[in-house]
Design a binder for this molecule. Structure first.
Ligand SMILES: Nc1nc2c(ncn2[C@@H]2O[C@H](COP(=O)(O)OP(=O)(O)O)[C@@H](O)[C@H]2O)c(=O)[nH]1
Ligand code: SF4
Ligand SMILES: [Mg+2]
Length: 396
């Protein structure tokens, strides 16, 4: 079964004090009893991510921020956890109920949404209960809200429609290649099959690019590097673009004429998941590195660390060979990103395959605030091997 990758789903962050009905609301939205509704406050203490398809929203992730309420955590820890969820959030929902005050907790959330330019809406849950302090407050302060009863299933459709309206156009990632090819164009994909490949299938980035090409009504030709020459020779007219795995870049370059449009999967994804211009600009900081400089390797998930891990082993080795400098590395894993970035000379972000674009853009924005150069694995590799100009040319 084809599943929409986590990272391409709309992330809906559901905030609110305990017992306002966050879990009940999630059940009502999804129409199933999957989220745990408990009568005792605070049974769940960690945000819960639920992937689902909701009509008419499509693939999305509901984040139940149970445990990040006003009573469960001390101020500082709450701020930290809230920020972590906010970095992934595309649309914010704050659940309140008629009889509980709206106070600093909810107002801090509004401040966060505003400063992060995140669209949000309040849900006045338990709306079948008349009157109430929070209803008055919402009206007085002109806070956008929808009246819902998770229990009686009132207002749920209106809420879904509202989420649709709020979904920012930039939550949907930048296209992979659809915008740089035309209908009926031929795109050749070079996919080496080595021992690192999974048994019996291609990997997700390759499949996603193929799908993007097909959606554009263009033609994908898939080949290993060993059959590339034959594939190209067989074509009646040159391909619009060749996209190769970076590992066989040199082989592919030697086969193709010098002016043949060529890029790599990692370049396609650097743009799709981040900001190609920012990464290209950032990578030039490599030339200015000095002994003792600090470099941040920013991994977006807690992946299984491999012996020849790219961030932990390969990149430090390549940079040592290239710069001959004694560089120091700090690794931020699992979405933890240091608050203060001043001490770094360069930030190298992972490919971000498991996270949404917003999370990578958040890092880029933060790096800009601190004036620190930022690039990503793929762009750094292309730069160090002297092929950067060629792989970014098709996107200009
Ligand atoms: N009257 C009423 N009670 C509700 C409604 N939604 C949830 N509740 C009740 O409020 C309590 C807290 O709900 P829960 O979903 O666990 O809140 P959470 O702590 O925010 O996840 C439970 O006893 C629910 O049955 C509603 O629309 N109306
Ligand atoms: S590249 Fe993908 S698997 Fe690796 S750390 Fe980043 S998000 Fe995780
Ligand atoms: Mg709950």
């Amino acid at each position: 079964m084809y599943k929409t990758p986590v990272s391409n789903r709309l992330h809906i962050g559901i905030f609110g004090k305990r017992n306002t009905g966050k879990s009940s609301l999630i059940n009502a939205i999804t129409g199933q009893d999957a989220a745990i509704v408990s009568e005792t406050p605070g049974t769940t203490t960690d945000p819960v991510y639920k992937s689902m398809e909701i009509l008419p929203i499509g693939p999305c992730i509901l984040i139940d921020t149970a445990g990040i309420d006003d009573a469960g955590l001390l101020g500082e820890e709450r701020v930290k956890r809230t920020q972590k969820v906010l970095r992934k959030t595309d649309v914010g929902i704050v659940v309140v109920e008629p009889s509980t005050d709206i106070d600093k907790f909810e107002n801090d959330l509004i401040d966060n949404f505003v400063s992060k330019k995140l669209p949000y809406v309040f849900v006045l849950n338990k709306c079948e209960l008349e009157g109430g302090v929070s209803r008055r407050y919402l009206i007085e302060k002109n806070i956008p809200f929808i009246e819902v009863s998770a229990k009686l299933n009132i207002g749920i459709e209106a809420l879904k429609q509202k989420i649709m309206d709020l979904a920012p156009s930039h939550w949907s990632p930048v296209p992979l290649v659809a915008d740089i090819i035309d209908e009926k164009d031929i795109v050749v994909l070079v996919c080496p099959i080595d021992s690192a490949m999974p048994q019996g299938r291609l990997i997700l980035p390759q499949v996603q690019v193929m799908r993007d090409i097909l959606d554009r009504n263009a033609i994908a030709v898939v080949t290993k590097e060993t059959e590339l020459k034959k594939s190209i020779d067989t074509l009646k007219k040159p391909a619009k673009l060749v996209i190769t795995d970076s590992q066989v870049f040199e082989t592919v370059r030697d086969i193709l004429p010098e002016d043949y449009p060529l890029t790599s999967f990692s370049t396609v994804f650097a743009r799709h998941k981040g900001d190609l211009d920012a990464f290209v600009q950032g990578v030039s900081a490599v030339e200015k590195l000095e002994d003792g400089d600090e470099i941040l390797i920013a991994e977006a998930c807690t992946h299984h660390v491999q012996p020849e891990d790219i961030g932990r082993t390969k990149i430090p080795t390549w940079l040592l060979n290239y710069t001959k400098k004694d560089l120091h590395y700090e690794i931020a894993a699992g979405g933890d990103f240091p608050e203060d970035l001043k001490r770094f000379k360069l930030i190298i972000s992972c490919g971000g395959c498991m996270v949404n674009r917003r999370e990578i853009m958040h890092r880029i924005e933060r790096a800009k605030v601190y004036g620190v150069a930022i690039t990503n694995y793929g762009i750094l590799m292309a730069y160090l091997s002297g092929i950067l100009n060629r792989v970014i040319a098709p996107f200009k």
